[in-house]
Design a protein around this ligand. Structure first.
Ligand code: SF4
Length: 185
């Protein structure tokens, strides 16, 4: 089976998933999207209301900001893979619960295996703590974290950047830094 076929099967599994209570309230699970050979994977927290309606990641206000900031940094959105820790929308955008993260995280790990990106950018505290363990964003944003087989990049979630101008500026600089590592200008 080709990687594309494996990814399609994974999407199907996610869309039908009932492994945590969020399946009862979601409209659409949001597996993720992007090229199968993407050099960078962005991992957010969970789908919001707009994502829940459309089944697509980062299409609400946070997504628009992320898209703009990526373009500004010289990273076209359609060249990166975008997903989140949870694939189903938590009601009222509440924080993901531990049992939901534990149930959903294996999907993200399988996506990482299939896409095999050069860098995995973790957006915000939930993505960071779920994937590599707790790090204070204030101290670690803009830095890379290497494990045996992966390189992670730590930065803010665009939703936080929408609320706080100083986070927006840090996210902007972090994305420029990431672009620099990708071999840009
Ligand atoms: S959040 Fe993840 S584990 Fe929970 S129902 Fe959705 S896809 Fe399944």
């Amino acid at each position: 089976m080709s990687t594309a076929e494996k990814l399609e099967l994974l999407y199907k599994e996610i869309r039908n998933c009932k492994k945590c209570p969020l399946h009862k309230s979601r409209k659409n699970a949001v597996p993720g999207e992007g090229p199968i050979d993407a050099e960078v994977m962005f991992v957010g927290e969970a789908p919001g209301a707009r994502e829940d309606e459309t089944g697509r990641p980062f299409v609400g206000r946070s997504g628009q900001l992320l898209t703009e900031m990526l373009e500004e940094a010289g990273i076209p959105r359609d060249e990166v893979y975008i997903t989140s820790v949870l694939k189903s929308h938590p009601p009222n955008n509440r924080q993901p619960r531990k049992n939901e993260i534990n149930a959903c995280l294996p999907y993200l790990h399988r996506q990482i295996e299939l896409i095999d990106p050069q860098f995995i950018a973790l957006l915000g505290g939930v993505a960071v703590s779920s994937v590599i363990g707790n790090r204070r964003l204030l101290d670690y944003h803009g830095t890379f974290h290497k494990t045996d087989d992966r390189t992670f990049f730590i930065t803010y979630h665009p939703a936080a950047a929408l609320r706080f101008p100083e986070y927006k500026q840090r996210l902007r600089e972090d994305l420029m830094n990431l672009k620099h590592r990708l071999g840009g200008d």
